[in-house]
Design a protein. Structure first.
Length: 252
């Protein structure tokens, strides 16, 4: 379900980790780097080319925050236009990247080839549905709407208090100065799971040898309808009850 990487100022990205994440999430790649004059953004379908370009830009501009994203498509066509990050409201001063599946109100309608994240960046967030993201209430409302999803915003717009934001940071983890939205950047995780009879969770990246059904026993993500807990809408069962049953079995 994609992997989103945030790189702190002054930190060199782990290119091997980005490559592993791209192999596990092969449907397009993109980056953004804060510079002293703005934001440099790049996208492409070829992972090696985009990672090489990102490394070059980052080497020239190590002082600002940066992000890298590799996509595993759930909504929208497989095109460069649907590669993260996206301009927020068409403003070149602010970009957004996301990991997960967003709520139904930003899913593409019939004939709309955009992804849910692209719709969020272009149409939804510019209306300020959560108020100021610099306020504790605005941040809380956005993170509640995201559910278990993660989002990074980079900006040079002076109306923001900060140049970088990680929403639902606690659902990811830090490793050597970089924040990762899941574990699919770890080559042993996806390579091992691909060779086994069971897979790592597409949402949180956890290996799940005890999984009894479509729901990840770590985070509740449903591999059938590709929705995070508790948004499962499979007709055969209720996501909340099913996940509770799995947790009970896991802890018994």
């Amino acid at each position: 379900m994609c992997i989103l990487t945030f790189v702190k100022p002054g930190i060199s990205p782990d290119l091997d980790a980005l490559t592993s994440g791209a192999l596990a999430n092969p449907h397009g790649h993109g980056y953004a780097v804060l510079t002293d004059t703005g934001i440099t953004v790049g996208r492409g379908m070829d992972a090696e080319e985009v990672i090489t370009e990102f490394a070059t830009v980052r080497e020239r501009h190590p002082e600002g925050a940066a992000l890298f994203h590799s996509r595993l498509a759930t909504h929208g066509h497989l095109t460069v236009d649907n590669c993260h990050p996206f301009l927020v409201g068409g403003d070149e001063r602010t970009v957004l990247a996301h990991n997960g599946i967003l709520p139904d109100n930003v899913h593409p309608t019939s004939g709309d080839q955009r992804s849910d994240t692209r719709i969020t960046a272009e149409d939804f967030l510019p209306t300020r549905p959560f108020g100021s993201l610099d306020s504790a209430w605005g941040r809380k409302r956005l993170e509640r709407w995201l559910g278990g999803d993660k989002m990074v915003i980079l900006t040079v717009d002076p109306t923001y208090k900060h140049s970088a934001y990680i929403f639902n940071e606690h659902y990811g983890h830090w490793d050597s100065g970089s924040w990762y939205s899941n574990h699919t950047y770890q080559s042993h995780t996806w390579r091992y799971s691909a060779a086994a009879d069971w897979d790592s969770c597409l949402h949180c990246g956890e290996l799940d040898p005890n999984q009894l059904g479509p729901h990840c026993t770590a985070c509740g993500f449903c591999a059938e309808c590709l929705r995070p807990f508790p948004r499962c809408d499979c007709a055969a069962f209720d996501g909340t009850d099913r996940y509770a049953d799995l947790i009970e079995l896991e802890t018994a």
